[in-house]
Design a protein around this ligand. Sequence first.
Ligand code: TYD
Length: 215
Amino acid sequence: MSHLKDGFFIAFEGPDGSGKSTQALILSRRLCEDGYDSIVTEEPGGTEIGALLRDIILNPERPISERTELFLFLADRAEHVEKVVKPALQKGSIVVTSRYLFSTLVYQGSARKLYPYKELYALNRFAVDDILPDIVFCLDVAPEEGLLKATNNSKDFEGGDRIEREGLKLQRKVRESYLALARKDRRRWVVIQPSSSIEEISTLVYDETRRRMPV
Ligand code: TYD
């Protein structure tokens, strides 16, 4: 088993239904096959406390105010970093997460216009104790297609979670703002164009990861 000195941290981001969890699993499995120690994780809900928060945040039966939503995502993230991400990186593992702080910048920041970007970014940096991913893969998808997939395959709430149920207008803003974030930081971000096959995307993602990983 190979271990990297400082670990390696990869985040998948993208609108609902863009295939993040699937790609995170495939990538992590391939890295394990290569002999690396790799874990796959997610937000919201990557910890025991996070699973409770996930239900509070996403349950369509319980509307919550926008500010509360923001702080619940931050609480989930702080717990996730402290209990899962940081210990794994310290062990030299490769951590692959589906969603990270960019989701908050995009959904609560740009789409809901809840809080100025600069302050929201600072809050997030505090929540993650300044741990940022080495690579962010942004899986692009047409908002119509993504929303359809997300609501059909919703893991925990039939017919879609509370945020998916807000519909297409939100998903369009989300997509635009992901692409804008990626344009601002081309060193960290890799945008994957919508493509017909899961295999094609997973090959691109794997090749790009191996190219950027420390040897
Ligand atoms: P996700 O777990 O990716 O959805 P699923 O696996 O059910 O497809 O995310 C749940 C929802 O939470 C999704 O609509 C995006 C939203 N979200 C935010 O609004 N802000 C955040 O910071 C995060 C992490 C997610």
